[in-house]
Design a protein around this ligand. Structure first.
Ligand SMILES: [Zn+2]
Length: 434
């Protein structure tokens, strides 16, 4: 922690001259106009762990002058795989391809994923995320039998233990065939019993629409939200996103549906894409992009330089009004060899990969306000009077400064108090790989 924060009176204090993205401020005070980079300069009064006042810079008597350092609300990671994380030392992807990732994870899961193993790696990931400033996470959990019965109780214990530090949600990650018959009903019941979200990886095939009908019926009967991995390829013929949207419309589904990846949209005919986006709007589907994982897996072939970036049509979706989010996805597992559960890294890399700049505009909302609303987290992901004083205070003061360094020295306040930002040592997981 930067020592200047240790001395602050935390029951009530004013942080003076903070630079904040205007897109993250709700109810900006009079006389505060964004500059051409979409940034505003404000004083932030914190009281009893919440934001008590937002005023034009210089209007309040500051306990600490931030000297224009940038401040964000703590970010929200809406698409992760905490159950897969950090298996790399025993399950390296031999060639970095998607199919090797699937096969390597399957073998590791069948051999190693007992409750203690899943719990140790999940805890490690949560500690990394917390130290980096994340305040909420949605994780997918592999629900290929018999893993569901092992991982859901581990998740329930983690959710209880991390309550107040990281709000946790979980999604059942399974194939459509796993929702057929009595086993499918049992799986949906298990998800409902844990307050989870129904997830699936729909794939093209003759049974796709019938399977989606069954899947939606299971969700509707139990009042479950839906979260899917969709078209995670660059195949211009991939159309499961359209099938998913049509199924939602056919069933009059009213809950939230989040579609992850949607990489192949970037390779499809533009006229057809327009129709698909219309379907997404009609069905009320949101899209989460996982830019670092996509860059790693997509357009990969040994000995050939990748040409394409793999990310979905972020600009076109956002312009059309589809809720668009960014998240981290996998960490140190066969689907992504790297990563540290750091949403700041995701934003930095996302800006570079998908040109989310000039202007940066509303893109900071894609890892804060939008996923917080989608997850139903009250007050999170925005700077507003009454919202929790869960803040990330960067060292940089402008986009060209914060986006140029990893910001390892950032300060994180939770409930108005600085947290210990030390990351867990990798050596703590060595016992899993002995
Ligand atoms: Zn994923």
């Amino acid at each position: 922690m930067d020592p200047i924060f240790a001395e602050l009176p935390f029951a009530r204090c004013v942080l003076g001259r903070a630079t904040v993205p205007a897109a993250l401020v709700e109810g900006a005070p009079e006389g505060v106009e964004p500059d051409r980079d979409g940034l505003v300069s404000v004083d932030l009064e914190l009281a009893q762990g919440r934001i008590a006042r937002i005023a034009p810079a210089g209007a309040l008597r500051a306990d600490l002058d931030l000297g224009r350092r940038m401040v964000w609300p703590c970010p929200v990671d809406i698409h992760t795989h905490l159950d897969k994380g950090h298996i790399w030392p025993r399950a390296a992807n031999p060639d970095g391809t998607f199919w090797s990732a699937l096969e390597t994870v399957r073998a590791d899961r069948e051999r190693h994923w007992k409750a203690a193993d899943v719990a140790a790696r999940m805890e490690f990931g949560l500690r990394c995320a917390f130290a980096h400033g994340t305040c909420a996470i949605r994780t997918h959990l592999d629900n290929i039998p018999p893993q569901a019965a092992i991982s859901w109780p581990v998740f329930a214990e983690m959710r209880a233990r991390w309550h107040g530090r990281i709000a946790l949600q979980a999604v059942s990650l399974a194939m459509l065939e796993h929702y057929r018959g009595p086993e499918g009903r049992d799986l949906a019941d298990l998800v409902a019993a844990h307050g989870g979200i129904l997830g699936v990886v729909p794939l093209v095939g003759p049974e796709l629409d019938a399977d989606l009908d069954r899947f939606f019926a299971l969700a509707i009967e139990r009042g479950l939200e839906i979260d899917c991995h969709v078209d995670e390829s660059l195949d211009p013929g991939a159309r499961t996103l359209d099938h998913l949207a049509r199924a939602a419309i056919r069933h009059g589904y009213r809950g939230r549906i989040l579609a992850g990846h949607c990489c192949s949209l970037s390779t499809r005919d533009p006229a057809e894409v327009t129709r698909t986006i219309d379907l997404l709007l009609e069905a009320g589907i949101g899209v989460v992009s996982l830019p670092m994982c996509n860059l790693y897996l997509q357009d990969r072939a040994a000995g050939r330089t990748p040409r394409r970036r793999g990310v979905t049509l972020l600009h076109e979706l956002a312009a059309a009004g589809v809720p668009v989010m960014l998240a981290s996805d996998n960490c140190r597992d066969p689907f992504y060899a790297y990563g540290d559960h750091d949403l700041w890294e995701v934003f930095r890399e996302g800006v570079r990969i998908a040109h989310l700049d000039h202007p940066i505009g509303s893109w900071p909302r894609a890892l804060t306000t939008v996923p917080a609303q989608w997850m139903g987290l009250e007050g999170a992901g925005r700077l507003a009077v009454g919202a929790p004083a869960d803040l990330v205070i960067f060292e940089g003061r402008a986009w060209s400064e914060v986006l140029s360094r990893p910001e390892s020295g950032r300060t994180v306040l939770r409930g108005g108090r600085p947290i210990d930002r030390r990351l867990p040592s990798y050596a703590e997981l060595d016992f899993l790989f002995a």
